[in-house]
Ligand binder design. Structure first.
Ligand code: SAM
Length: 197
C-alpha cells in the first residue's frame, strides 16, 4: 500500500488523532511567518490543521498527494486565500523561487525520500525566504531501537521514523539553519527554521 492509499484511509480519523497534541506546536511554528504579505507553500497540507494559525495577509498554496486530505483542507480555508494543489512534495510542480516562504509540517519525515523534498523546497523558495519545519527527527547516532525496528512497516503506511534532520542539510546548501528547538515528546519533534541564502 502506498502513502496516498493509506492517507486516504487515515483522512477521516486524522484530526481526532493529531489535532490536540500538535495545536500548541503549530501555533509556535507559524508565528514565525513574516509580517509582510507573501506567497506561502504549505507542503503536505493534510486536512488543514494549520489553518487557525495562518496569518491572513498571505496567499497560500496547499499541496498534498492525497485528495481525501485536501478535500478536508479546502472548506477549512475560510477567508484565507488558499489554493489546493494535488502533487508530490518530492517533485514540486512549481517554478524556481515561486514562494516567499514554505511550511513543512509533518511532511519531511513522512515522504519516502526526504532529501528530494528538502532539495525541492530549497529550489522553490526565493532568496531571503523562510522555510519552517515541524516534524520528528532522530539525532545522529541515536539508538532509538524501537523506532528503527518498526520503521520498515510504519514508513509504508504513515511516516518514516528514522530521518536525521542533519543528514538533509547537505542536499540544500542554499538553506541556512536559523533556529532549532525541541517541541514535543522530549525533543523528538522539533521546530526548525531555515533561511534561503
Ligand atoms: C502526517 S500528515 C501531515 C499533514 C499536515 N501537514 C499536518 O501538519 O497535519 C502527512 C501528509 O502528507 C501527505 N503526503 C504523503 N506523501 C506525500 C507526498 N509525496 N507529497 C505530498 N504530500 C504527501 C499525506 O497525504 C498527508 O496529508
Amino acid at each position: 500500500m502506498g502513502l496516498r492509499h493509506s492517507y486516504t484511509l487515515i483522512a477521516p480519523f486524522y484530526d481526532a488523532a493529531i489535532a490536540r497534541a500538535t495545536e500548541a506546536a503549530r501555533a509556535r511554528s507559524l508565528a514565525a511567518l513574516p509580517a509582510e504579505a507573501g506567497h506561502v507553500l504549505l507542503a503536505g497540507v493534510g486536512t488543514g490543521l494549520d489553518r487557525p494559525h495562518l496569518p491572513p495577509q498571505h496567499r497560500y498554496v496547499g499541496l498534498d498527494l492525497t485528495h481525501a486530505m485536501l478535500r478536508r483542507a479546502l472548506p477549512r480555508a475560510g477567508r484565507v486565500d488558499f489554493t489546493p494543489v494535488q502533487g508530490d512534495a518530492q517533485r514540486l510542480p512549481f517554478t524556481d523561487a515561486a514562494f516567499d516562504s514554505a511550511v513543512l509540517h509533518l511532511i519531511l519525515a513522512v515522504v519516502p525520500e526526504p532529501a528530494h523534498c528538502f532539495a525541492e523546497i530549497a529550489r522553490v523558495v526565493k532568496p531571503g525566504g523562510q522555510v519552517i519545519v515541524f516534524d520528528k527527527f532522530l539525532r545522529r547516532g541515536q539508538p532509538a531501537l524501537l523506532r528503527r525496528m518498526i520503521n520498515p512497516l510504519v514508513r509504508r503506511v504513515a511516516t518514516r521514523l528514522d530521518v536525521v534532520f542533519e543528514d538533509l542539510l547537505p542536499v540544500a546548501p542554499g538553506l541556512a539553519l536559523e533556529h532549532d528547538q525541541p517541541a514535543l515528546v522530549g525533543g523528538w519533534f522539533r521546530l526548525i527554521r531555515l533561511r534561503k541564502l
